[in-house]
Design a protein around this ligand. Structure first.
Ligand code: NAD
Ligand code: TYD
Length: 350
């Protein structure tokens, strides 16, 4: 069926995988990638599909309400998949306002534009908001986040995402806007920006620099391969129940120190370095303020209702990821030149 789908944040890490999937799997759809190209947005992520006839890139900032409405009027999307965001917890600690602007105000601008062009005729329309498990706060040693878990965000990042989730639900409850929401765990994979733990450590291992582990390294995250996340978004966008939210996770918990040790092991093998070489780079550093102990998702709902299954084990996904970074050293060098170095020095040496 012919549809126009507007994907925000499509030049970012997860967004580029979602854009690629939709452009390749749905040749009848027109895919509009709307992105401001902040430090995290990179059109090199989409080189392989940029010439496809069903793909259009539009540079725009979601905090600019008038421009967003103009774009919605021009392209008349039937569906929106909203991924544009400020996404890094450490940056939210140093500059929370940027997170309120993009994640809260930007989301409301998109909701207003969708409501305006759909004019209460919601047949065949859908606004899919992509969010995080961090809105649920921190777990102790046991338990899992379900769709019923109460919101309890701690970082400015998770507070801004929680607020955006509430606005999306409020537009459904108040105006009947057709929405679905996904809250997923930590993603990893190709194109991951090296401010986040896994690509930062890959970059530092390649350059034989210290691997900074916050606190005691016992913090736990549930890791999800980005290609599997894109698959889950496709399923929920097309088959999710109107007004519902779905948790997406990997049933794949790792303490940070164990994860980095596994990464060191695989990197040593792939780089032909003696076993134990990269692990010597592990360095415990000052903890992140308000650091959430543990995130873990119960993905039973999406599994049972929509048949979602991750396609790879963590070891396989990590191996694919490392291979991608080794084959794409130019990509890594490009994104770590310039402003990245300033960010890195301030965050880790300042
Ligand atoms: P990212 O930081 O890699 O990419 C964000 C993209 O949004 C970039 O292309 C950037 O240019 C764009 N953007 C930022 N501000 C914008 C603005 N004002 N207007 C238009 N575009 C703007 O983020 P990501 O890791 O790909 O995350 C995508 C989404 O998934 C986010 O909403 C994030 O909260 C959510 N999420 C991410 C993870 C994760 O592990 N990375 C986990 C759960 C949920
Ligand atoms: P990160 O990749 O920033 O994702 P999030 O904060 O959204 O979970 O961090 C993953 C985990 O790794 C988290 O517990 C913080 C920790 N971490 C470090 O120990 N060192 C680092 O340099 C970074 C960036 C993260």
């Amino acid at each position: 069926m012919n549809k126009t789908i507007l994907i925000t944040g499509g030049a970012g890490f997860i967004g580029s995988h979602v854009v690629r999937k939709f452009v390749s799997d749905y040749p009848d759809y027109q895919i509009i990638n709307l992105d401001a190209l902040t430090y995290a947005g990179n059109l090199e992520n989409l080189k392989d599909i940029e010439g496809f006839p069903n793909y259009t890139f539009v540079k725009a900032d979601i905090t600019d309400a008038a421009h967003i409405l103009e774009i919605f009027k021009e392209y008349q999307p039937d569906g929106v998949i909203h991924l544009a965001a400020e996404s890094h917890v450490d940056r939210s600690i140093t500059n929370p306002t940027a997170f309120v602007m993009t994640n809260v105000i930007g989301t409301v601008n998109l909701l207003n534009a969708a409501k305006e062009i759909w004019k209460d005729n919601y047949e065949g329309k859908r606004f899919h908001h992509v969010s995080t498990d961090e809105v649920f706060g921190a777990l102790g040693e046991t338990g899992l986040f379900t769709e019923e878990t109460k919101y309890d965000p701690h970082s400015p990042y998770s507070a801004s995402k929680a607020s955006s989730d509430h606005f999306v639900r409020a537009y459904h409850d108040t105006y009947g806007l057709p929405i679905v929401l996904t809250n997923c765990s930590n993603n990893y994979g190709p194109n991951h920006f090296p401010e986040k733990l896994i690509p930062l450590c890959i970059h530092n291992i390649l350059n034989e620099k210290p691997l900074p582990i916050y606190g005691d390294g016992k913090y736990t995250r549930d890791w999800l391969f980005v290609v599997d996340h894109a698959k889950a978004i496709d399923l929920v966008f097309h088959q999710g129940k109107n007004g519902d939210c779905y948790n997406v996770g990997g049933f794949n918990e790792w303490q940070n120190i164990d994860l980095v040790s596994e990464l060191c092991k695989q990197m040593d093998e792939k780089l032909g370095r003696a076993a134990g070489t990269s692990a010597k780079l592990i360095t415990y550093v000052k903890d992140r303020p308000g650091h959430d102990l543990r995130y873990a998702i119960d993905a039973t709902k999406i599994n049972q209702e929509l048949g979602y299954q991750p396609s790879v084990t963590f070891e396989e996904g990590l191996s694919i990821t490392i291979d991608w970074f080794l084959k794409n050293e130019d990509w890594l060098n490009n994104v770590t030149s310039g402003d990245y170095q300033k960010y890195y020095d301030k965050q880790y040496e300042g």
